[in-house]
Design a protein around this ligand. Structure first.
Ligand code: COA
Length: 198
């Protein structure tokens, strides 16, 4: 699938329904973004506002996959309704073809239940199966141990550590780089995944 084609939402997994973040999600989204524990390693701060979220929703592609350089915030919901669990953010990288970056955030109440892993696997399946991804990457503060455990668990490789590379929230921080290739994902999940090349 290329930008401009209809995107394959909703994504479904046993416990989750995943669709682009919508205006109706904004109150839940802002609530967990204002939580200091959730915001600690993220680009936003606890002063994140409803107006910021509405601008984000209005500016993102909803009926197609993101184009080069564009982010898409996917809302992670329980299949049977209830408050938003969190979100997976997907960016199509501008510098290389078929390369995507991921970010993931859960509200504190949704953490520690395997929800982020289930959501990331569904999004990785979509990127490799429907979007023809060649490589998916993530970049995280090296001190963020829950995200390291999560990315390793879903099958991403720890491939770099950049010491004190990022001036972030008032200090130099060390960045870990994670990645998974289409051929690696195919080996991890042979029953569900193929790529446009296969
Ligand atoms: C990163 C983040 C999404 C990870 O969330 P998480 O809850 O640890 O990950 P999961 O939802 O996959 O849950 C896995 C945990 O639940 C436990 N668990 C409980 N029931 C489970 C189940 N049914 N299936 C799988 N795991 C289960 C696992 O043992 C694991 O715990 P562990 O890491 O202590 O071993 C979360 O810490 C977060 O949102 N942080 C704030 C935002 C952030 O920093 N994002 C990353 C920016 S790069």
């Amino acid at each position: 699938m290329v930008p401009g084609e209809i995107a394959p939402y909703p994504l479904r997994s046993p416990r989750l329904r995943i669709t682009p973040l919508a205006a109706a999600d904004v109150d839940d989204f802002v609530r967990y973004r204002q939580d200091p524990e959730v915001a600690r390693w993220q680009s936003w701060d606890t002063d994140y506002r409803v107006a910021d979220a509405l601008a984000l929703v209005a500016g993102q592609p909803v009926d197609r996959l993101p184009g080069a350089g564009e982010w898409l915030q996917l809302a992670v919901r329980p299949v049977d309704g209830g408050p938003l669990h969190g979100d997976v953010a997907v960016r199509r990288c501008a510098g290389q073809p078929d390369t995507f970056e991921l970010g993931v955030t859960l509200a504190r109440a949704a953490q520690g239940r395997g929800i982020a892993g289930e959501a990331l696997r569904a999004v990785l399946d979509m990127l490799f199966h429907d979007a023809g991804a060649h490589r998916v990457v993530a970049s995280c503060d090296a001190r963020n141990l829950p995200v390291s455990r999560l990315l390793r668990r879903v099958g991403m490789r720890h491939e770099s550590r950049q010491l004190e590379a990022d001036w972030f929230k008032g200090e130099w921080t060390t960045l870990d780089g994670w990645a998974v290739l289409a051929r690696e994902w195919r080996d991890l999940a042979p029953r569900t995944v193929s790529t446009s090349a296969s």
